[in-house]
Design a protein around this ligand. Structure first.
Ligand code: ZN
Length: 435
């Protein structure tokens, strides 16, 4: 069971080197399952029993299903499909003697060493002209293309005493020898099936070519790039597609740009989710107060991976809330509300996991280490309902090759399915009915 789930997870992640690709993979799955794409610029005709999805910028996606019967509120799982990487700058070729490097800048925060001395390639989207229109196409160079070589220890004797480096000086990937300016654009055009000079604009990133691996004495662990947060995206999609109709409207929401602050039109700080929920209510001819009433009986799960207890750095974890790989779904807490879980959200989500037979563990930052943040509290500014921050325990978060537990993806799929089948009704002050 876990083996099949992990293979399918690897397939999903390997097909998704960028957020654009992740959305294309989800679109394909939703099309196959009979969902219909809605365009933000057109009117929406929604019918009970119908499944729909809407895409913004090609890199964020919201899918939902209209129940046949009466429903109370929205059950939303929100995750993100972007991961830390290096973005290719415009005019990228940079000569250095006989070498040609590519000029890049960082996207998000990451341990740089994890990108050194391994085969990398390039993927993203390009825009081109066809007839009288500007169109978009995904592109991916399907071979080892570039590499960022480290400096040999013989001429960098201090390297094992601490690693620090500057992107502009030390992290430009080696691309070739004596390459003409413009040859990179030509190569990308060819990979995209476009004529030389045909690219009008692009968003291109380096990606790690290393495949997913199941490893450990008993195959306890899995490793692959972009587990944060494609593991949660995948589990949310599976749970969403497998869930049976309940008394709520299920919403699978995937934002872009979490790694750079979420303040973009396709990020959690945008009104993308609120706009979509409002249009669902309008499309179903809800009364003007309907949206707000339904929001009181809605629940959002912000699903983004959590730091597991590290075998070599136990002192970096909170002494009493240190999730383990293979320990089940993690509820994430923070007094500053950087993680949104509070007592009410923990009680409700904990009950849903119990129904699903999924173990729950807890995470809090070490009290003297600031730690991270995620999209739940940002999205709450747009869509204010009960919200829990959850995730799966992982090691080496934001490395180009991350590690998690082999059992945990299946746990999150079960929890997401049970969540989407539930309905959380506010039945009084501080009182909730779980249907
Ligand atoms: Zn994340």
């Amino acid at each position: 069971m876990d083996e099949t789930v992990n293979r399918a997870l690897f397939d999903f992640i390997e097909a998704s080197p960028t957020a654009f690709h992740a959305v294309a993979v989800m679109k394909r799955e939703l099309d196959l399952a009979g969902y219909r794409q809605l365009l933000e610029g057109k009117d929406w005709r929604l019918l009970p029993g119908g499944g729909y999805y809407v895409i913004r910028n090609g890199s964020a996606l919201i899918a939902f299903r209209i129940p046949e019967g009466a429903w109370n509120g929205f059950q939303i799982v929100a995750s993100h499909d972007d991961s830390p990487a290096f973005k290719i700058k415009e005019n990228p070729e940079k000569a250095e003697g006989p070498y040609v490097k590519l000029n890049v800048e960082k996207y998000g925060g990451m341990p740089y060493a994890s990108w050194l001395d391994r085969p990398l390639s390039v993927a993203g989207r390009v825009l081109y002209r066809e007839g009288g229109r500007i169109r978009t196409r995904l592109v991916r160079v399907e071979r080892d293309l570039v590499l960022i070589p480290s400096l040999a220890i013989h001429i960098n004797k201090e390297v094992n005493k601490g690693f620090s480096c500057q992107v502009q000086k030390e992290l430009l990937p080696l691309y070739g020898e004596k390459t003409e300016p413009g040859s990179f654009a030509e190569q990308i055009a060819e990979a995209a099936g476009l004529p030389a000079g045909g690219i009008l604009g692009s968003d291109l990133y380096l990606y790690n070519r290393q495949k997913g691996s199941v490893w450990g004495r008993e195959g306890e662990f899995i490793s692959i790039g972009r587990l944060d947060d494609l593991q949660c995206v995948y589990a949310s999609l599976r749970g969403f597609l497998e869930a049976k109709e309940g008394r709520s409207l299920p919403v699978h929401c995937v934002f872009d740009n979490e790694e750079v602050g979420s303040s973009t039109k396709q990020g959690a700080g945008s009104p993308f989710l609120r706009d979509t929920l409002l249009r669902i209510c309008e499309g179903l001819s809800d009364s003007p107060a309907g949206y707000r009433r339904r929001l009181a009986s809605s629940f959002m799960v912000s699903a983004d991976n959590a730091h597991g207890l590290h075998p070599n750095y136990p002192e970096k974890s909170c002494p009493t809330n240190r999730p383990l790989l293979n320990g089940g779904v993690v509820l994430k807490y923070s007094a500053s509300q950087r993680y949104t879980t509070d007592g009410a959200a923990a009680a409700i989500f904990g009950e849903i996991c119990k129904r699903a037979g999924v173990p729950v563990q807890t995470y809090a930052n070490h009290s003297d280490i600031a730690g991270g943040s995620t999209l739940g509290h940002i999205s709450s500014g747009q869509v204010a309902c009960n919200c829990a921050d959850i995730g799966l325990a992982e090691l080496a978060m934001h490395s180009s090759y991350e590690t998690a537990g082999a059992k945990d993806t299946a746990y999150l799929i079960s929890a997401a399915r049970a969540f989407y089948e539930s309905s959380v009704v506010e039945s009084g002050y501080g009182e909730y009915k779980l249907l």
